[in-house]
Write a protein that binds this ligand. Sequence first.
Ligand SMILES: [Zn+2]
Length: 109
Amino acid sequence: MLAARALVLRDLGARRLDVPAAVDALDAAVSQRRWWVEQWPDGADFVAGQLAQDVQDRLLDAGLGRWPRCRSCDETTTHELRIEPELGAEPQWVCEKSGITVAALGALP
Ligand SMILES: [Zn+2]
């Protein structure tokens, strides 16, 4: 769980979103997912990707905007990266417009 938190925190930092409000959102998501993994231990491999998606939702709800914005394709309108697979091991950030795989979770440029 701490490893998953570290990956997401690193990618928040890659977009300079490692601000207190975003870290609070991350920690709230970590507490919730800790409960989820206790109920479903087999989900432990998937928890990092789930956590990243939780934080995306929480940042949007908190008015901090969409994270992470895509900078990797030719599409000029603002759009974000999505975690793929949505529920799986080895989560990757993928551009929602072009389908380009940008980076592994925890390795955003
Ligand atoms: Zn893109």
